[in-house]
Design a protein around this ligand. Structure first.
Ligand SMILES: Nc1ncnc2c1ncn2[C@@H]1O[C@H](COP(=O)(O)OP(=O)(O)O)[C@@H](O)[C@H]1O
Ligand SMILES: [Mg+2]
Length: 302
């Protein structure tokens, strides 16, 4: 070993506190279970295996991040969990019940701003409860509570275009949580924000999560974001999308900004970098063309 570089602690060598926390966490009930799940897309060029034999569980009030290179199936996975897409094989269980379509026990927050531009912030949040026949008085009370929790009570009556990107995503979080889902599914929700706003939003999400009974599955391609937020990180590899590793994050809670430069953080980041930048077999031209057409365009256009 080079004597000038200090040895990093092994990312698997969890501190006593983290190890105990992990043990407690795994004793909690399983909220989401994915069993031998696979997804093939039929295309004119033949079948594309987006996901192959995915297995994992998330426990109550756990925060799991999913990370992996572009095209490894992260969005496909979350769309299947949301019930927007169906798996080709295996199963997804939420509280032991098979997922067969969308449901109010799963809240979604995407990267793109998905608020209704013609509704005020409050009306956007009230939308779900009103759809669920909650009555407008109750819906409004609930919307106000959640807006307060995300720190936007003063903005209840403005329209989405009057808000910054970070604020819009806070409304999106309130709008998902107002339906009191069991699990919050987030697909790169802070991907479009600048680095500082992103860190603020991450800290803010952890604050919210600390105060409520919710399990979070958070997709990102940002290594720092995954380590900063997660209890465990599900690392996927591409072609086909498979589980490379499930990593327990060796950081105590509450997380602090200083954690981002700690030795434990660096050790985990080194491992993630190794996994994500592992050499991959290049697909042939036909598949590559296909990838360009099918993946989220923001990944390929700089
Ligand atoms: N509707 C679809 N039809 C065909 N192939 C698709 C479709 N959606 C995604 N894919 C393919 O599945 C793979 C995973 O895509 P995606 O889940 O978007 O990855 P990620 O979100 O990790 O970038 C890619 O090869 C992509 O081209
Ligand atoms: Mg994606």
């Amino acid at each position: 070993m080079n004597p000038t570089t200090p040895a990093l602690p092994d990312y698997l060598n969890l501190s006593e506190t983290v190890r105990e926390r992990m043990a407690r966490l795994k004793e909690r009930e399983v909220v989401l279970e994915v069993r031998n799940m696979g997804k093939k897309f039929k295309t004119r060029r033949g079948d594309v295996t987006a996901l192959n034999d995915i297995n994992f569980k998330t426990h109550r009030r756990e925060l799991v991040c999913v990370i992996g290179p572009s095209g490894c199936g992260k969005s496909t996975l979350i769309r299947i969990l949301a019930g927007l897409e169906s798996a080709t094989s295996g199963e997804v269980l939420l509280d032991d019940k098979p997922v067969t379509g969308p449901g109010s026990e799963r809240g979604m927050v995407f990267q793109g701003y998905t608020l209704f531009p013609w509704l005020t912030v409050k009306k956007n949040v009230m939308f779900g409860p009103e759809m669920n026949q909650r009555g407008s008085f109750t819906a409004e009370r609930e919307a106000r509570q959640w807006l307060e929790l995300v720190g936007l009570e003063k903005f209840a009556d403005v329209y989405p275009h009057q808000l910054s990107g970070g604020m819009k995503q806070r409304v999106a979080i309130a709008r998902a949580l107002v339906n009191q889902p069991r699990i919050l599914l987030m697909d790169e929700p802070f991907g479009a924000l600048d680095a500082q706003t992103r860190l603020k939003m991450q800290t803010h999400l952890l604050e919210i999560w600390k105060n409520i009974d919710i399990t979070i599955l958070f997709i990102t391609h940002d290594l720092d974001e995954a380590i900063f937020l997660a209890d465990r990180i599900l690392v996927l590899k591409a072609n086909p999308g498979e589980v490379a590793e499930m990593i327990e994050v060796n950081l105590e809670r509450p997380r602090r900004v200083e954690d981002l430069t700690s030795a434990a953080f660096m050790a985990t980041k080194a491992r993630l970098t190794e996994l994500i930048h592992a050499p991959v077999v290049e697909p042939d031209d036909g598949v590559q063309l296909h990838l360009l057409r099918m993946t989220d365009i923001s990944d390929v256009v700089e």
